[in-house]
Write a protein that binds this ligand. Structure first.
Ligand SMILES: NC(=O)c1ccc[n+]([C@@H]2O[C@H](COP(=O)([O-])OP(=O)(O)OC[C@H]3O[C@@H](n4cnc5c(N)ncnc54)[C@H](OP(=O)(O)O)[C@@H]3O)[C@@H](O)[C@H]2O)c1
Length: 336
């Protein structure tokens, strides 16, 4: 079949939002286990900005077209795909290639979009819900009745974690960089939010937990936060490290690891083998989708930009003015 080249977004060179360019790219036919999808919506994530800056290269063999998550309509099946059919609405986690009118996805990391979720909402689900489920729930083992402290309460990841923690009956405390963001985080379900620019999160975090500290900390900052997290966390606590915005190195006193019997964990999603991503996809479909639909944990959409306006969308992410997800939509989304 002769399929016309598809409109796609790449970073022409490392730099700011201005280096993002629309190009036409040929897509290969879907191979075994793959499907071609007509993209309606693609979520924007911080790792996309890191890739644009030249600091987060795609894994070997992965397209340089940006974007880690999408929702769209299946248009063609690869040889052995039986779980889906052309016309199905799916959301997918991809290692690259979501900022485009069409993409090739692995069927094993697709979830059918249920009735009641829009394509815009579905396009903003995979990256943050998979990351939060994997790190906060599977690795750090957050349970009902426990308290979690998360840095970056209004980030895409932070909002998702807040919604899911609330949905299972856990208490969420966040840190944010302004009073306005703290208020937004509490409106989304955090019991308390600490302005890290004006307050010491270790002191306030202790006060808010009667001196005990949170059971779980989710950290995307690293650097100087690593010692402060170790100092604040409760006995038998778990720390999930999901990024190092302040760097991955620090001179640490690891004493609390022994005395408090701590668990340090962390992971990254993109580079995982497909079998691990497939297992996570099943867990999200079975355990997280019901929370999204029945426990009011739908994604919070900050703003929606046309694919052609991708530079503006990245500028909004860079300004860190957003709460929740920034989404790109294609012409197919507007057609319905
Ligand atoms: N491990 C994984 O698999 C995985 C997957 C996806 C994303 N991530 C990482 O998770 C992070 C969030 O991703 P995203 O797409 O949700 O990004 P995002 O919406 O751009 O959020 C980044 C957040 O970092 C916060 N932040 C920066 N410095 C901070 C500090 N000192 N204290 C507290 N918060 C601070 C910002 O909050 P303020 O504006 O309030 O300062 C902002 O909310 C990124 O670092 C990303 O690389 C990891």
């Amino acid at each position: 079949m002769n399929v016309p080249a598809t409109l796609s977004v790449i970073a022409a060179r490392p730099g700011g939002p201005e280096v993002l360019e629309l190009v036409r790219r040929e897509l290969p036919p879907p191979g075994p286990g793959e499907m071609r999808v007509r993209v309606h919506a693609a979520g924007i994530n911080r790792p996309d900005a890191m890739q644009r800056e030249g600091n987060y290269n795609p894994p070997p063999g992965v397209t340089d077209v940006l974007g880690l998550e999408l929702a769209g309509e299946v248009t063609e099946l690869g040889p052995d795909v039986t779980r889906f059919a052309p016309g199905d609405r799916v959301m997918a986690l991809v290692a690259g290639g979501a900022y485009a009118e069409e993409a090739i996805v692995q069927a094993d990391v697709c979830i059918r979009v249920p009735d009641g979720l829009s394509m815009i909402e579905a396009g903003g689900i995979p990256e943050t819900y998979f990351t939060v489920w994997s790190n906060l729930f599977q690795r750090a083992g957050l349970k009902q009745g426990e308290t979690v402290l998360l840095h970056g309460g209004t980030s895409g990841i932070g909002v998702t974690a807040t919604l899911l923690a609330r949905a299972i009956g856990a208490r969420m405390i966040t840190t944010c960089g302004s009073d306005e963001k703290c208020r937004a985080s509490v409106e989304l379900g955090a019991s308390d939010s600490i302005n890290y620019k004006t307050q010491d999160f270790v002191k306030v975090g202790r006060d808010l937990t009667d001196g005990k500290g949170p059971d779980v900390i989710v950290d995307m900052v690293g650097g100087s936060y690593m010692q402060r997290n170790l100092d604040l966390i409760a006995e038998d606590g778990r720390i999930a490290q999901i990024a190092f915005q302040q760097g991955s190195q620090a001179d640490l006193n690891m004493g609390p690891l022994l005395f408090k019997r701590l668990t340090l964990t962390g992971s990254t999603l993109r580079a995982r083998p497909i079998a691990m991503k497939a297992a996570l996809t099943q867990a999200v479909e079975q355990q997280v989708l019901p929370l999204i639909l029945e426990k009011d944990a739908r994604p919070v959409i900050d703003s929606v930009f046309r694919l052609e306006d991708v530079q503006d969308a990245h500028a909004r992410l860079e300004a860190s003015a957003h709460t929740g997800k920034i989404i790109l939509k294609t012409a197919a989304c507007e057609e319905g």
